[in-house]
Design a protein around this ligand. Structure first.
Ligand code: MG
Length: 203
């Protein structure tokens, strides 16, 4: 399975990192070894001193497709949940001016915790879903999918121009504002429409 990440998909997050708004989605891929399931703890990697949380809506591809028309894109994902796109910000910031890829700062082991996934039928409007991340009980990030620059159906269609989407692939759809560092001992809890789906520790 593939894990797609979308960078800079919320205006307020672009501002906080002083990045430019993209004309097209910024796409990266994490390997399957990045996945953490069942609220397994996240082990802080020794190669970074500045790992940031990025809470994101995750959609799961439900059937194979390529060159999908945006009109039909909704038929190609069947589940939705929450993920953390952990980012070694120190390494990413060092790589950026040199235009080096994000494979290490975004793809390292355990960098993609993902929650239990819920059927899309539970969400009448995919572009109006509230979600939130708390660290040690304090709200750090709050978002709504209406604030995405590139909407979910567009992202599915766009990705399928370049990559065959397969059942089980995941798309991390971008993070709202409020990203920040985590440290050993932190407890991260994330909810979608007030339903807590993620609850794990940094060790
Ligand atoms: Mg992200």
């Amino acid at each position: 399975m593939k894990i797609f990440g979308i960078g800079r998909n919320y205006v307020e997050h672009i501002k906080e990192l002083e990045n430019e708004t993209p004309d097209e989605p910024i796409v990266f891929i994490k390997p399957d070894t990045a996945i953490l399931k069942n609220n397994a703890p996240f082990y802080y990697p020794e190669f970074s001193q500045d790992v940031h949380h990025e809470v994101e809506i995750v959609v799961r591809i439900g059937k194979e497709g390529k060159k999908i028309d945006e009109k039909f894109a909704h038929k190609y994902y069947d589940q939705v949940g929450l993920g953390i796109d952990f980012t070694a910000r120190d390494i990413q910031q060092r790589n950026k001016p040199k235009s080096l890829p994000w494979a290490i700062p975004k793809g390292f082991d355990g960098s993609a915790p993902v929650s239990e996934l819920l059927p899309v039928e539970q969400f009448p409007d995919m572009q109006n879903i509230n979600f939130e991340l708390q660290v040690n009980g304090e709200t750090r990030q709050k978002g709504n999918t209406s604030l995405m620059i590139f909407k979910i159906n567009f992202l599915v269609a766009y990705l399928s121009k370049f990559f065959t989407l397969k059942k089980g692939d995941l798309i991390y759809t971008g993070t709202p504002k409020g990203v920040g560092p985590v440290k050993i001992g932190d407890r991260l809890t994330a909810s979608i429409e007030n339903q807590t789906l993620l609850d794990f520790e940094v060790k």
